[in-house]
Design a protein around this ligand. Structure first.
Ligand code: GUN
Length: 278
């Protein structure tokens, strides 16, 4: 009798977050959801953020709540944890609440973090076998790396998680049938990290404004180099363009994992709405 409702909280004016939130709102509206943006100043306190979340928790027209990360630094180092902990677990469309994370660990989650579940959809719909294969996840964040590793494990892959203290990430990654790069560094994953024919998933979204880096990534005459010349920046993933020649399959940036993240947010919003009206 009513559309699923999504409440998005955006604190501050992080340029990347502005773009992500704009895309989330537009996609939710286009899919027939009710989507509202709740803005807070960069100078807002954690108490302000908690108050907005409490209001959305109690609002019956809101099925899903998303607090865009990162929160402003001024809110303090534990702000995100406190705010995510306050979101009602049945409205937690990001899957960041400890109750939903715990259920994910036990393979019984209804609401799973959007980016990793988008990657799983991408792999499934491309017919990429996971059972019995070796997946290497590079990055151990709560938003991507950790839930990604759990989902791949639940799909019967053998999973290795690499991070900043792993001595030789390239050697580890070269053993993998599936590599997921979620490190947040433009062009980090070079061909030296990739076994020929491996599936490579690029989770990174990095805006490059440094000319020499852009030119190192994209050779003379490459269309992306022209794009840099026109706009002064270019968006690139964590995967170096040269990996294209080595990988069996590779997700593009932009246009790969990003749109799937939003699709899974809408999926979670519908799941939350159905769960609450049942
Ligand atoms: N910032 C980057 N990715 C995400 C995400 O999936 N959810 C939220 N809330 N913030 C993010």
């Amino acid at each position: 009798g009513r559309p699923p409702g999504l409440g998005i909280v955006l604190a501050g004016a992080d340029p990347a977050s502005e773009i992500y939130v704009r895309n989330k709102l537009a996609s939710a509206s286009a899919a027939g959801c009710r989507a509202d943006l709740h803005r807070l100043d960069a100078s807002a306190s954690v108490a302000d953020a908690l108050a907005v979340v409490a209001r959305l928790n109690d609002d019956d027209a809101v099925d899903g709540i998303l607090v865009q990360s990162p929160l402003p630094k001024a809110m303090g180092h534990d702000a995100e944890q406190r705010v995510f902990d306050t979101v009602r677990p049945d409205k937690d469309v990001d899957g960041f609440h400890p109750e939903n994370v715990g259920k994910l660990v036990q393979k019984r989650a209804a609401l799973v973090a959007c980016t990793p579940s988008g990657v799983m959809q991408l792999l499934a719909r491309e017919g990429i076998t996971l059972a019995g294969r070796h997946a290497v996840v590079i990055g151990r964040s709560d938003i991507v790396g950790k839930p990604m590793a759990l989902l791949l494990l639940h799909a019967d892959a053998t999973v290795t998680v690499c991070h900043s203290r792993t001595p030789d990430v390239a050697a580890m990654a070269r053993e993998a049938d599936i590599v997921v790069a979620a490190v947040g560094r433009a062009g980090y994953l070079t061909p030296a990290f990739v076994k020929p024919g491996a599936t490579v998933i690029d989770v990174g979204i990095n805006r490059v404004t440094d000319r020499s880096l852009a030119e190192a990534l994209f050779g003379e005459g490459h269309p992306r180099r022209r794009q840099f010349a026109e706009k002064g920046s270019v968006v690139v993933g964590d995967v170096h363009p040269d990996v294209d020649a080595v990988a069996g399959a590779l997700t593009p940036v932009p246009g790969g994992v990003g749109p799937l993240t939003i699709a899974m947010l809408l999926h979670n919003t519908v799941v939350a709405a159905e769960q609450r009206t049942r």
